[in-house]
Design a protein around this ligand. Structure first.
Ligand code: HEM
Ligand code: SF4
Length: 550
């Protein structure tokens, strides 16, 4: 885990003092609303429907136990005792008082956290694979590279006022778990035939009003040039991205308008000035970043522990379910990664109480070297659990309500805050998620359906990734009334695709029935072991449409 050095710490501390002063001037009426706005947004502070909202950065989703404890204490002292983990691996507080925000930032700084660049038209938090460093299919640990990007992008003077916000995601594994094809820039670390590390650079993906899958700008960038090449890409965007129309300002619109060849040509032209310049990476710089992500001091796990684990799985059905759905294989024999479900009917997807945060920090200390990761599916991960401790951990998670064995199923819904909190919403989304979780809670049914992503957004900004849900639900407004548009066939992994809209939208009460009909078509049409997505791809939209609008 990356630890701040004296420079990082000084910078973050100074930033807190600066913001405190800005807040005081605002409250004293010496800064107007419009003057204060950019200052607060640069510190992740929004004004929302009921209250301010503070978005706290969690670099590439990594949290230390003490950070999680501090977050718990912050939500208790300044908010309503819970926080909301988002698809961008951040944590949002929905009810802080404006005047408390400097104190919150000061408390965050004490545990090496901040809210800088979690909002505004700058390079936002870089996201990554929640199984970074431990995945079986990993080629290169993306975390040190994310950290290098973090250092390069945070407070980059040239990129403080881009045409629009900018999001980078990095994957270093065979399987993309970071949704790199729907980010402004997606990076894939891979090895060429000579075993050399290369970076595949994608640009122009994104969701929101005009969803797009990214194009490949460069297939095989040598790693030394990662930052100079990124700089060239963002420069081209900064220079040519549209500033006249907010809705056409994202890099995806530029890439589309120019065409990928022309975009690439301009990037290369810019890169010619930057290549081999001072930002060129060398082994020493990379090693310095890698030092922060050492292998944990794993104890050897006896072979017999694996046998015991297998036996337990056959004996205990509940445990077996949990293992099948929430436990992931690990690069190191004897170890597993465990996904803690933040999907429970009585809470919004991604919400965690202060007590739970503390309990998870405690579990992380006891079972997983004191680290926790946030997933873009709005769950948490303990990445390094020995197999002989899995059962004990599972029991503790059960008691906490975080052992729902539904990870990756229809019940593992991604959902934005929607109309309950967000002032941009057209419709509520949390109650839709809850209604669906209630309707589809039978585990045998869920398992029979197989992997299914159901994603919900309360408006076209797509914070809930609805375009890339196998089933996507979007809140729409028609003459002041809330309706829901359903799309199917979206996907954010390697074979990324955008969902297609089924047809006219539905009343809120109808949504569970419509989803049920969609599932019925799948179940009746699927070939053996065929995923929902593949059945849809084979048979197309028509049968679903016919059933739903019959
Ligand atoms: C409640 C406060 C929020 C506000 C005001 C807000 C605002 C926005 C806006 C305006 C966009 C569209 C940007 C564009 O297309 O240029 C957007 C997109 C997005 N937001 Fe949010 N959002 C909020 C909460 C969230 C939450 C809770 C999440 C995660 C669950 C999230 C994650 C995202 C993602 C992933 C996108 C997708 C667009 C892209 O491709 O970049 N946001 N948000
Ligand atoms: S999708 Fe819309 S409603 Fe949902 S959080 Fe984003 S801006 Fe708000």
């Amino acid at each position: 885990m990356y630890r701040y050095d004296i420079h990082d710490q000084t910078l973050v501390d100074e930033r807190v003092a600066q913001f405190r002063d800005q807040m005081e001037r605002y409250r004293a009426g010496r800064l107007g609303e419009e003057e204060f706005r950019p200052l607060r947004l640069q510190n992740g502070l929004y004004i929302q429907r009921h209250a301010p909202m503070l978005r706290i950065a969690i670099p590439y989703g990594m949290l230390a136990g003490n950070q999680l404890r501090a977050l718990a204490e912050i939500t208790r002292r300044y908010d309503r005792g819970y926080g909301h983990f988002t698809t961008r691996q951040n944590l949002q507080l929905n009810w802080p008082a404006l005047e408390d925000v400097p104190d919150i930032l000061a408390d965050l700084a004490k545990v090496q956290m901040h809210a800088i660049q979690t909002s505004g038209n700058c390079i936002r938090n870089t996201t990554s694979d929640q199984f970074a460093g431990i995945a079986n299919d990993e080629v290169e640990d993306p975390r040190p590279w994310c950290e290098l990007i973090r250092q390069w992008s945070t407070l980059h003077p040239e990129f403080a006022y881009l045409p629009r916000k900018f999001k980078i995601a990095v994957s270093g594994a065979a399987q993309d778990r970071a949704a790199i094809q729907v980010h402004d820039i997606g990076l894939r670390l891979w090895h060429n035939a000579d075993g050399e590390l290369r970076v595949k650079v994608l640009a122009g993906g994104g969701l929101g009003r005009t969803p797009m899958i990214a194009d490949v700008v460069r297939e095989d960038l040598p790693w030394q040039h990662l930052l100079t090449y990124l700089e060239a890409c963002v420069r081209v965007y900064n220079q040519f991205g549209r500033r006249d129309n907010k809705f056409k300002a994202r890099i995806k619109i530029l890439v589309k308008a120019l065409g990928i060849e022309e975009f690439r040509r301009r990037v290369d032209e810019e890169w010619a000035h930057l290549k081999d310049g001072p930002q060129t990476l060398n082994q020493a710089a990379v090693d310095a970043a890698k030092v922060h992500f050492p292998e944990p001091d794993r104890r050897p796990v006896a072979d017999s522990a694996n046998d015991d684990f297998d036996r337990l799985r056959t004996e205990n059905r509940s445990f077996a379910r949990f293992v099948t759905n929430n436990v992931t294989d690990h690069r190191v024999p004897g170890y597993k990664a465990v996904t803690l479900s933040l999907k429970r009917r009585e809470h919004a997807p991604g919400d965690v109480t202060a007590d739970q945060m503390e309990a998870v920090a405690d579990l992380a200390d006891r079972y997983s070297f004191g680290e926790v990761r946030v997933t873009h599916e709005q769950n948490l991960v303990l990445s390094d659990v020995p197999v002989d401790e899995l059962e004990a951990l599972w029991k503790e998670l059960e008691a906490l309500g975080m052992a729902n064995p539904t990870v990756g199923t229809l019940n593992d819904i991604i959902c934005c805050p929607g109309g309950d909190y967000c002032s941009l919403a057209n419709a509520v989304s949390i109650p839709i998620a809850q209604a669906l979780q209630e309707r589809f809670e039978d585990l045998d049914f869920l398992y029979d359906l197989g992997p299914l992503d159901l994603n919900i957004s309360g408006c076209m900004n797509a914070c809930g990734h609805h375009h890339v849900g196998h089933i996507g639900i979007l809140g729409v407004d028609k003459k002041g009334e809330e309706y829901y548009q359903i799309s199917i066939g979206g996907n954010s992994t390697d074979d990324a695709s955008l969902g297609k809209i089924l047809g006219p939208s539905f009343f809120r009460e109808d949504v569970p029935n419509v989803v049920e009909k969609v599932l019925e078509v799948y179940v009746s049409q699927r070939h053996e072991d065929e995923r929902f997505l593949d059945t849809y791809r084979r048979i197309g939209l028509k049968p679903f449409k016919e059933r739903v609008y019959a």
